[in-house]
Design a protein. Structure first.
Length: 70
């Protein structure tokens, strides 16, 4: 629950008041520039393979985002 509370405090979009998962697109980007989400915080299924895949995508997208800031 702590991660969701932090996300809400930062202004990251959540999908519903009942379950409150972070909303992320296929590139794992959120509604906030430079903020990416992956794994359980994005909702089910809660599987290691999903978390690893999303984490890889989020990492690559974050690196690309930082490169564009230079």
């Amino acid at each position: 629950k702590g991660a969701i509370e932090l996300a809400a405090t930062l202004g990251v979009a959540l999908d519903s008041e009942k379950f409150q998962y972070v909303v992320a697109d296929k590139k794992q980007t959120t509604n906030l520039p430079g903020v990416f989400a992956a794994g359980d915080i994005c909702g089910p299924p809660w599987q290691v393979a999903k978390a690893v895949g999303e984490g890889c995508v989020a990492g690559l997208e974050a690196a690309s985002y930082v490169k564009k800031l230079r």
